[in-house]
Design a protein. Structure first.
Length: 788
């Protein structure tokens, strides 16, 4: 329940004020969607058309805002429930016909007599429609809601875009370097045509995402749509040239000369590709490979596909692209390889049966045909020149320019700027020290009422500001049930190692609370218990994770090292505590990192100037904790990678007296502390100490906390090589806008898959503390310093 409340709060925050606030509320979006209606080709450019364009653009921005903030996607749901997806497809077909037939007759007049803002809206309208359809059709239920007529039209539109991409893609993607003098010498018509070429390429890239979404839902679409895409349009053969010579990759020579730079279409823009990422699959690559896999592996599609010798040879040519590196990034390609192997061996569906099963009556699209039938384009262009692009266009120019400026303000918040990314790389709160990560641990002394805990050991770990934070992305399993492949982006900070001798072992059974800035997380501890001091049981190194990135906003990974001779023992349980914290890494959600760091730094400054500030005072809790709402997360590091296992646990909340559990029947302390000499007598526990400024007050019988561990600066040594793991971008949500209004954040470096899955694991229905798993004997997490 706590996790659900936090997720709902995130959605409410996304619709609140401040930076990144929503464009539309759910009620405003519903009112707009109810007013959407199909407009004729002769109405393009009218005041009514511009008003509907403005509405669709606002819906598009709001839909992408909801997807990026992982909040409720009410725009998509309203489009489906109010049956307005067909309006978007109708508008897309009308604009396509207008651009192909009327625009060539009007482009000189538009460049000479109409303001650039109005012309840009005309050119940009197709991109907005395709962009909104892209994010809506990413959901399977939206694709399945299409009627047969509009499913056929959408399949044909994707096919026409594929043909254009194969024929014109290389020319549209060709870089055009111009000097300042050449740009100033450009005529209005030349600048307008250059804008059109750029928008056309973005539209064709967006069509690949729509095509992949349609192929995902193809078995559940009407039979006519399946036959149209597989047999009539032969979409599979149209996709193959794109894999052999992708137009979304180009080589550009810098204006000043030098080595050519490889660029790829990533995040709806051209990005230079570092040499180490040249074999990395981009989102566009992944969309094409997934579409090919859907069309070739799906049994219903294979049964409809007439496979002759030419097609067989072309398809078998795909095998040269498939290798282990591709399978690591897109595991689904193994199914494609299996089908190709069967095809090479002659194992294929019966082609005679495929031909016999063809429909005698074929469903054909009628919407576009009705638009084009009997149309006099010259008369339509002349009428539009007088009615829409004359005095009426000049009167509404200022209003449209103001609307574009208003939308641009919001787009600047959606678009991650390079300066903002550079600041994030340098760390939030650049120019001021980052606050330390504070950890408080409790030992479980009684099982009644879900568990009674006593304060055990508090310590802090400093952020290593010499090492910039690493962008990470983990899957958000909170949305797994909705079918939305959401992801949470964060920044991972490396922490300075601690001196092993100055730390205290963590309890085998207890809980830990982490605080950094204004963020906090809690987890149950369940570490290996050693029956004897000389026991060889237990791994040498363990990793424990506290917090869930998607829910708590932060996740702390603590490296625990086993002491060769444990010094502290639980008298009641008779077990030894052997695992000391020595290092760690902190991952903070990207949208919360700057605020948390700034809040933590100000709290530290206030505490240094005059005692504990408000943040520390509010953190004090009673010493007897019931552990209610605690989240358990323990991890393991193996094979040189961070291994994290995290599950949210909820313990009962009855209060109990911790004093009764703090001493044994003879009044002796429950924890026995030994010196380094094995023969030394076990002395009594240290006197009770007052609570730290940020932690809970300790009971009178609790053992004294040792002083804070001193931070050790390790000697400068060569950084161990990290294992290279190429992560697929194709699994990302297909919610990236096509141009500036829908740009996505840059692709972060992904955490190892094992760690990502565990951190975002859904909440458990039953409260079961996670047990820390051992790491490999002498292996460490990649990039973390070992204090030894």
């Amino acid at each position: 329940m706590e996790a659900i409340e936090k997720l709902l709060q995130r959605g409410q925050d996304a619709q609140g004020g401040g930076v990144g606030s929503a464009v539309l509320s759910a009620h405003e979006a519903e009112h707009i969607i109810q007013q959407l209606q199909p407009l004729g080709i002769d109405e393009i450019g009218s005041t009514k058309w511009y008003q509907q364009h403005s509405w669709i653009e606002q819906l598009n921005m709001q839909a992408h805002h909801c997807a990026q903030t992982h909040s409720d996607e009410f725009v998509v749901e309203l489009l489906v429930s109010l049956d307005r997806l067909h309006v978007l497809i109708h508008e897309l077909l009308a604009m396509e016909a207008w651009m192909a037939n009327a625009y060539p007759l009007l482009k000189e007049h538009l460049a000479a007599s109409v303001d650039s803002a109005s012309v840009y809206m005309l050119l940009y309208h197709q991109v907005v429609l395709a962009n909104l359809l892209q994010i809506a059709l990413h959901h399977a239920h939206a694709s399945e809601s299409l009627s047969e007529d509009y499913a056929l039209e959408l399949a044909d539109w994707c096919s026409r875009c594929l043909v254009r991409l194969v024929a014109e893609g290389q020319a549209l993607a060709e870089p055009r370097e111009r000097t300042a003098e050449e740009i100033m010498a450009q005529t209005s018509l030349e600048a307008q045509e250059e804008q059109r070429r750029e928008l056309d390429f973005g539209l064709l890239m967006c069509s690949l995402n729509i095509l992949r979404s349609v192929t995902d839902a193809l078995p559940r679409l009407p039979m006519g749509a399946l036959g149209r895409m597989v047999s009539t349009n032969d979409t599979l053969m149209a996709l193959l040239p794109l894999l052999d010579r992708p137009p979304w990759a180009r080589t550009r020579t810098p204006p000043g000369g030098g080595r050519p730079v490889l660029e790829k279409w990533v995040g709806n823009g051209w990005r230079a590709v570092p040499p180490q990422d040249r074999l990395k699959i981009t989102t566009t690559d992944g969309q094409v490979w997934l579409a090919v896999t859907n069309l070739l592996v799906e049994p219903r599609c294979r049964a409809k596909y007439c496979l002759d010798e030419f097609r067989r040879e072309r398809l078998l040519g795909l095998k040269r692209h498939l290798n282990d590196l591709m399978f690591d990034q897109l595991p689904v390609l193994k199914d494609l390889q299996r089908v190709l192997d069967e095809m090479a061996l002659g194992v294929a569906p019966d082609q005679a049966q495929a031909k016999a099963g063809a429909l005698i009556l074929e469903a054909v699209p009628v919407v576009r045909e009705a638009m084009l039938r009997g149309r006099n384009w010259r008369a339509l262009a002349a009428e539009a020149r007088e009615r829409h692009f004359g005095e009426a266009a000049r009167r509404g120019a200022l209003e449209r320019a103001l609307m574009m400026a208003k939308n641009l303000d919001f787009l600047c918040e959606l678009e991650p700027r390079a300066e903002a990314n550079g600041a994030a790389e340098a760390g939030p709160g650049a120019g001021q020290p980052l606050p330390p990560v504070r950890v408080a641990t409790w030992r479980k002394v009684h099982d009644s009422g879900g568990g009674v805990h006593e304060s055990w050991y508090d310590f802090s770990m400093d952020v290593d500001e010499q090492r910039p934070p690493e962008p990470v992305e983990v899957a958000d399993a909170s949305f797994s049930g909705s079918g939305l492949g959401a992801a949470v982006q964060g920044l991972r900070y490396r922490l300075r190692p601690l001196d092993f001798e100055s730390t205290r072992p963590l309890p085998a059974n207890g809980k830990a609370v982490v605080r950094w800035g204004g963020l906090s997380a809690e987890a149950l501890l369940s570490l290996p218990e050693l029956p004897t001091r000389d026991s060889g049981e237990g791994a040498a190194v363990l990793w424990v994770t506290v917090g869930l990135l998607a829910v708590d906003g932060l996740a702390l990974q603590i490296k625990l090292k086993k002491a060769p001779k444990p010094k502290e023992r639980d008298r009641v349980a008779g077990v030894w505590y052997a695992y000391h914290p020595v290092a760690g890494a902190l991952t903070v959600r990207k949208d919360l990192a700057a605020a948390a760091a700034a809040g933590g730094a100000s709290a530290e400054a206030a505490g240094a100037g005059g005692g504990a500030g408000p943040a520390t005072a509010s953190a004090r809790t009673p010493a007897s904790s019931s552990g209610a709402g605690a989240k358990a997360a323990a991890g393991a590091a193996g094979a040189g990678k961070l291994g994290v296992a995290g599950k949210e646990a909820a313990a009962g909340g009855a209060k109990a007296d911790a004093g009764a559990g703090a001493k044994g029947r003879a009044g002796r302390p429950l924890v026995q502390v030994l010196s380094d000499e094995p023969a030394a007598a076990a002395g009594p526990a240290a006197e009770a100490a007052g609570a730290s400024a940020w932690g809970p007050s300790e009971p009178a019988t609790s053992p004294a906390a040792k002083p804070q561990p001193k931070t050790v600066t390790p000697e400068t040594v060569e950084e161990p090589a990290q294992p290279t793991r190429v992560v697929s971008e194709a699994a990302a949500t297909a919610s990236a806008p096509a141009q500036a209004p829908s740009a996505r954040t840059p692709e972060p470096v992904a955490t190892p898959a094992q760690a990502s899955r565990a951190v975002a694991e859904p909440t458990a229905a039953k409260a079961t503390p996670a047990v820390a798993e051992p790491a490999a004997a002498e292996e460490d997490a990649p990039g973390l310093d070992d204090p030894e």
